[in-house]
Design a protein around this ligand. Structure first.
Ligand code: EPU
Length: 421
């Protein structure tokens, strides 16, 4: 099994360019199913989740071409099946977006339950509630979700989500796009990738308003036409590099970001002592590596993202004083990496949803195992800041969401290499 070997202690200096957003890409590529012609998507990250998704789409009959790095052209005219390959579907989480997209275009879909990072119980009851509200019959059996509809029964409707869910908001937007009538999603998620999906669909001819607020309205249209769209930069990838510099020390210009999307993260890093300068589409971070304690509570956007919990925990582990980190989206997320950080010398005490972290002078290198994508990113940051050598195993999780992480970190002066057994 491949692993990363990191020799810690180098300050990070230079420039890094952020890739297209994973969680936008994995919503926008299935949305191409709704387009009755060719669409061109730019700034697509080359990560394993995207590669799996493109394989699923090809297998369904979508004509997929990658004419240059970061660009994908899709033509969904000739889709021949509404049952995506279950083995591929089970390899990733966002494959559940195929449900909404296929339902909207064909009135049916038979999709295996998704896989992906299982750091918590991840129900999809709100997605199903939405499909039912739009008139679909939904049966869950043998690890499949089977969506069917009688002719003329699918149409727009009001859906009030019981919890703020990114996945349910995306799936209902996809499902409603080609249905007659208006759908209103209340208590919708407001993440930047929700807005990006709406912008993609509107560029193709959809009529969606309110994305980025808690009420999203979708006026159904008969068909979408082709077009070109560029995906926004990845908020969490950018946050991960910012946290890495804050923890190890250094001076890095993080390019191709939307600073507004980063406020929830940069404000905390600044509070901890990192020096942050915003430019139009870049952020400079400078840090001596000597941080001080803070309090963070994860929340849906515009709050501090749960997908940055593990990375900020590493910063807290190295900060002077006692920090308090509360998780309010996925309670069990601490268990994906805290034991590993403790084996590197971090002092973390978990009590329910809250971890108390007493900062230490230095972490020490160790053999650690990633249990999900962001846990893996955090262990890499810990390795970069630690004394000695750290080996991170289970790196397939990291490669699910970080494009060229070895090349990007090496260019910043990190000592990190990928080894195959
Ligand atoms: N929830 C329900 N029922 C549902 C859906 C969600 O109870 O039907 C609950 C979840 O258990 C959780 C909360 O609602 O407590 C929020 O879950 P959400 O649906 O927003 O999460 P998701 O759509 O499954 C996306 C990202 C995750 C990110 C979360 C939260 C994608 C593909 N995934 O997941 O990203 O952690 O939103 O922001 O967009 C990652 O990138 O590493 C990652 C895990």
């Amino acid at each position: 099994m491949a692993r990363y070997e990191i020799t810690g202690g180098n300050a990070l200096c230079g420039e890094v360019t952020i890739s297209g957003a994973k969680n936008a890409a994995v919503a926008i590529l299935p949305a191409a199913i709704l387009v009755g012609g060719k669409c061109r998507v730019e700034n697509v990250p080359d990560i394993s989740d995207v590669r799996i998704l493109l394989e699923i789409l090809r297998d369904l009959g979508v004509d997929v071409a990658c004419p240059e790095p970061g660009v994908v052209e899709l033509d969904s005219t000739e889709i021949k099946s509404t049952t995506p390959n279950p083995e591929l579907v089970r390899k990733m989480r966002a494959s559940y977006y195929l449900m909404g997209a296929l339902l909207s275009r064909f009135g049916q879909a038979n999709v295996a339950l998704p896989g992906g990072c299982n750091f918590a119980s991840r129900p999809i009851d709100q997605h199903i509630k939405g499909f039912r509200a739009l008139g679909a019959n939904v049966e869950e059996a043998d690890d499949y979700v089977n969506l069917t509809s009688d002719p003329e029964t699918l149409c727009g409707h009001r859906v009030s989500l019981d919890v703020v869910s990114v996945g349910a908001t995306v799936n209902i937007m996809l499902a409603a796009t080609l249905l007659p009538g208006q759908t209103v999603i209340e208590n919708a998620a407001k993440e930047p990738h929700i807005v990006d999906l709406a912008n993609f669909l509107n560029t193709m001819g959809a009529r969606i308003s309110g994305a980025g607020t808690d009420t999203v309205k979708i006026k159904g249209v008969e068909q979408l036409f082709g077009g070109t769209y560029a995906i926004i930069p990845d908020q969490i990838e950018a946050g991960t590099y910012l946290a890495a510099v804050a923890a190890t020390g250094g001076d890095v210009l993080v390019k191709n970001v939307i600073p507004k999307h980063m406020d929830c993260i940069t404000s905390k890093l600044a509070e901890m002592g990192a020096e942050i300068t915003n430019f139009d589409d870049a952020i400079r971070v400078r840090s001596s590596g000597r941080l001080h304690d803070t309090t963070v509570k994860t929340r849906p956007y515009p709050g501090f993202p749960t997908d940055m919990q593990a990375q900020i925990c590493v910063c807290m582990s190295l900060a002077k004083g006692v920090s308090r980190l509360t998780e309010s989206v996925y309670e069990t997320r601490f268990f994906g990496y805290c034991t590993e950080l403790q084996s590197m010398g971090a002092e973390i005490l978990i009590n329910g949803k809250t971890a108390m972290i007493t900062g230490c002078e230095r972490l020490r290198g160790a053999e650690v195992t990633a249990r999900d994508l962001r846990a893996g990113a955090a262990l890499i940051i810990a390795g970069l800041a630690a004394e000695g050598v750290t080996t991170v195993r289970n790196i397939h999780f990291v490669e699910r969401g970080y494009e060229n992480i070895i090349q990007k970190l090496t260019a910043l002066g990190a000592q990190i290499r990928r080894l195959d057994d």
